[in-house]
Design a protein around this ligand. Sequence first.
Ligand code: LLP
Length: 386
Amino acid sequence: MIPQNLIHKLPKLQTPLYFYDMELLQQTLDSAAKASRHFGYHIHYALKANFNVKILESISATGMGADCVSGNEIIKALQSGFHPGKIVFAGVGKSDEEIRLALEKDIFAFNCESLQEIEVVNEIAASLGKKARIFLRLNPDIEAHTHKNITTGTAETKFGISPLETELYLKQQEHFNHTELIGLHFHIGSQICDFDVFRELSLKVNEIQDHFEANGIQIQHLNMGGGLGIDYKNPTQNTIPDFKGYFETFHQHLKLRPGQQVHFELGRALVAQCGVLLSRVLYIKSGEHNRFAIIDASMTDLLRPALYEAYHKIENLNNNGNTDAVFDVAGPVCESSDVFARNIPLGKTVRGDILAIYSTGAYGQVMSSAYNLRSPARTLYSDEME
Ligand code: LLP
């Protein structure tokens, strides 16, 4: 994951720096593509996880589609080689301009999240003389057993159409004659490692499909969202997620109708492990109770620990021996939450050492900010190194 030629460059490395292992990315994509092909499933990569053009180009080259959540993501996906006919557009708050753009670009489908959104999509499609293909994103009220901030399928979240609005839609759907309902969409959360959650979702989807059929509606497509988790604890040993087991769970439990197509919107599982944030130790300081390694990366480069108390494995690449030395690793930003880890065994660590913060390819660089007027981290791709 960290190649030898990079280790040799450590003293001169300009940090903080996002390093991407493009070979690992390719292996991960190949594994996902192979597993999905086995079941005849379609993958739409969730751009929000990482929208660096080089990464997008590697993904579009596999023939995968794209899951976009803004007009700008649609534009970026098209510029990076994704086929418009494989782009889905999700999000609870699509603006009129974004809806117009998506219709003009003739994307595959909108994942609609409210009755009013369907009305607006219908109106805008009518004004353009088009028919919008839509999925209903339904809220199945399922607990994903992941962090509460990345849970999206329970009734109290803002996501998806409630059973109440679904019934209203079923009564009014003939009015929306500039839309064509082609599928149902679900996404119940992210970083889900317990496959039972996906079994539960599949069973719920079976019930929902029966209900639609009882109302005379045949569903051509099911989009089961993303959510497959990765191994943050063992990023260097367990690099490629269990795509086969993930798809197998849906294969076993979803009751598909003849000819029905199944789609997924994977983000994290495809790109998380190929990214490593490298940061230099600026200072070592002793507090009353703990010792701090203050590093040059901060929550402006990687927000996950501050926002979700997320765990990322951290290693000292200078590897000075003496594994028992324990540190809190913190960034320079003026916020108490700008801490990457507490009490972790880094080994002997001194000013100038380089730390690797693993599993940062997804929701890392893309969630950066300029808070404290900090400069963005640099980027290095393994296939561009001398
Ligand atoms: N589809 C929809 C509708 C989504 O909202 C998401 C992620 C995905 C697909 C992709 O999910 P994935 O396969 O990556 O789990 N910033 C958070 C994660 C937010 C996920 C938002 N939605 C984090 O750093 O953990």
